[in-house]
Design a protein around this ligand. Sequence first.
Ligand code: PMV
Length: 309
Amino acid sequence: MKASAPGKVILFGEHAVVFGKPAIAAAIDMRIEVDCTPSSITLFNGLPVAQTNTPHAYHALRLSGKSGAEISVRSDIPAGAGLGSSAALAAALTASLNPEMKESEIASTAYKIELLSQKRASPLDTSAVVHGHAIYVSAGGREGTLWSVGNEEVRWEVSHLDIRALPIVIGYTGVPAATGPLVLRVRKMWERFPTVRLAIEEIGTITEEAVKLLPTGDLTALGRLMERNQKLLSVIGVGSPVVDKLLDAVRPLCYGAKLTGAGGGGSIIALTDKQEKVMEAIRQKGGIPYSCSLGAEGIRRVHEVRHTD
Ligand code: PMV
């Protein structure tokens, strides 16, 4: 069965969400498509599956209880760009290997795969790509919880969020960054430095303000919150010169901008109604711009009739 999942951007709250603070993420119109065919051998795009080089496929298959599958994957989400390619892969693999699973089970299984593959994660990315549209994740919860997922420290509740079509441009720095080591670095800084703990608290407060502002469509106020969020991301040590280079270039042309995802490279998002100019500014600094619409559909299955003759 074929299944596809979108990528995502984190609008507010990355890293802080790992510590149980709220975060907001939205699905974007880039997708990954996975096709799994039962087989006695296991191949991932024609290559053998191993825990070391294809951890998502390895764990997805093991969790599904299937003995083997030929897996083919096609993606237009750049890998390591902070745009949810690994969460989308985990979700699409799960939906494809388990045709009977409903959304909430796909979300918790995809989260398990992310945890097993990258060691540390919140369910923010996997929930965003499974549900699609936009989501609010918090340890306190809100009315209308879709599902809750937890580890030994935090139990997160995921709810649907109505967002206006925010005019966002994505700028990929071209420098991929691995999420696991960055999450670990923040944890170590959180243990050592009270300023980092305060910054994490403050990011949570900003996200709470943002969730109230989103329905108003007040881009100026939302942009300001993005800028405050970005400063705090630098305080917790996930900024980088390549990210700053893109942010400095787009800032005069937008309401606000920040990195999105784990940081240390990856991508930025800019809230702007000067889309073309912002895209050009990103290009001039060596980045790759994407004009994206937010609120894409979540996990999608395609039932195929396979002809054997
Ligand atoms: O994998 P990325 O780059 O989309 O970042 C994930 C977001 C973090 O908050 C940094 C980690 C997590 O699991 O929530």
